[in-house]
Design a protein around this ligand. Structure first.
Ligand code: SF4
Length: 64
């Protein structure tokens, strides 16, 4: 079950796939690194897709 999403900005390479996949959940800062817009109660399908598409493994689902 998806109850949240976490992003590791130290791992992010700024590919932007997460923003393209779930623009309501993710943004990028001026350096292109991921910024979480709202990490609680995200859309489960979009979250799973963003996690799978992230090329650096910076994203992970949180919760039980
Ligand atoms: S898809 Fe992954 S590597 Fe690309 S911006 Fe998002 S978190 Fe960073």
């Amino acid at each position: 079950m998806v109850s949240g999403v976490a992003a590791d900005r130290d791992v992010c390479v700024g590919a932007g796939m997460c923003v393209l996949t779930a623009p309501d959940l993710f943004d990028q800062d001026d350096e292109g690194l991921v910024v979480l817009i709202d990490e609680s109660d995200p859309d489960p399908a979009l979250t799973q897709r963003a996690v799978l598409l992230c090329p650096s493994g910076a994203l992970r689902v949180t919760g039980n």
